[in-house]
Design a protein around this ligand. Structure first.
Ligand SMILES: NC(=O)c1ccc[n+]([C@@H]2O[C@H](COP(=O)([O-])OP(=O)(O)OC[C@H]3O[C@@H](n4cnc5c(N)ncnc54)[C@H](O)[C@@H]3O)[C@@H](O)[C@H]2O)c1
Length: 323
């Protein structure tokens, strides 16, 4: 395969490129990334000289550049996005530009150049919030109901991708995945922020009462799901991808991290809640399990410990980028 990976210098994109070139060393990857604050080429140092890997710094909103790359590949895996909910509340503009317009530019180019597959990476946040203490999960029939500018921009991009399938028969697939954790996640997100604050001797902030439930997946399991979708997924299909955690709240996660790192709960600092904060996400991933045989391999507690060790052992990586 010849892949154009967008946003490959970010958290999941860089884990995906490392995973892919290890598993399919004969494949070629072009990584198009604008290198916003979230993009970091350090993540890809181990493969920067690999002849099957090429990095191009640029914007997915630039049709000329995108066309010049799309014509060289057969597959697009589209990760590039503005991804932090808090930033989207503060300033939605770059979210609308990159997540919606950028996806449109890529779709047009994919159609023009007749790519064999356009895989769009999306999030469970497009479905909105579930009730706390309920047992319902998001599934294929869940209506879209996004609440933040981030999730609304991702929802818009999903609709556009599906429209290119329905209208132009562009061979697309979409995955809506739950919260990822693991190495190379920018230390503004819940888990790396907590770990790095504790290493620095600071407090761990938590929004509101902390009773916000997320479904957590180790990033390599997400990469495996994308691999299966690219190789065996049905064109036009959307797959929900989620983890093994059963209703663990952000507060419980912080407590687990504090315990593993030998600190007590007095390090928690409750801060003013985020507006429009979704209470609970949970993902029913039974369809991708039945149809493609995917399931998460990595248990949350074990890989939370591994992730903590990674941040302890790679302090140079995060100290350079943490404000
Ligand atoms: N992190 C999660 O838990 C999670 C869960 C489900 C889905 N997703 C989705 O996965 C994708 C990747 O998320 P992430 O956490 O790795 O994000 P990230 O913020 O770590 O990385 C995003 C990357 O996109 C690049 N980028 C941003 N704007 C660009 C532009 N205009 N042109 C080219 N490159 C640009 C950035 O430089 C960065 O390298 C996103 O689409 C996100 O919505 C993330």
């Amino acid at each position: 395969m010849k892949l154009l990976v967008t946003g490959g210098a970010g958290f999941i994109g860089s884990n995906f490129i490392l995973y892919w070139l290890k598993k399919y060393p004969q494949d070629k990857i072009i990584n198009l990334d604008k290198l916003t604050y979230a993009g970091n080429l350090e993540n890809l140092k181990s493969i920067e000289k690999n002849p099957n890997y090429e990095f191009v710094q640029g914007d997915i909103c630039d049709p000329k550049l995108v066309n010049s790359l799309t014509e060289k590949v057969d597959t697009i895996v589209h990760f590039a996005a503005e991804s932090h909910v808090d930033r989207s509340i503060f300033d939605p503009a770059p979210f609308i530009k990159t997540n919606i317009e950028g996806t449109y530019v890529l779709l047009e180019s994919a159609f023009k150049n007749k790519v064999k597959r356009f895989h769009h990476i999306s999030t469970d946040e497009v479905f909105g919030a579930l009730e706390l203490n309920s047992t319902t999960k998001f599934n294929d029939l869940s209506p879209y109901n996004p609440h933040s500018p981030y999730s609304a921009s991702k929802a818009s991009s999903d609709h556009l991708v599906r429209a290119y399938f329905d209208t132009y028969q562009l061979p697309i697939t979409i995955s809506n995945c739950s919260n990822n954790f693991g190495p190379y996640q920018f230390p503004e997100k819940l888990i790396p922020l907590a770990i790095t604050n504790i290493i620095e001797g600071g407090k761990v902030p938590i929004y509101g009462d902390g009773l916000y439930v997320r479904d957590w997946l180790y990033v390599e399991d997400h990469c495996k799901a994308i691999d299966l979708i690219l190789n065996k997924g049905k064109i036009g299909e959307t797959y929900l991808v989620g983890g093994l955690t059963e209703d663990v709240s952000n507060l419980e996660i912080i407590k687990k991290i504090l315990k593993i790192m030998g600190k007590d709960e007095s390090e928690i600092e409750y801060v003013k809640d985020r507006p429009g904060h979704d209470r609970r996400y949970a993902v029913d991933w039974s369809r991708i399990n039945k149809e493609l045989g995917w399931k998460p391999n990595y248990g949350f507690d074990e890989y939370l410990e591994q992730t903590i060790s990674w941040y302890k052992n790679n302090q140079e990586w995060w100290r350079r980028i943490k404000c």
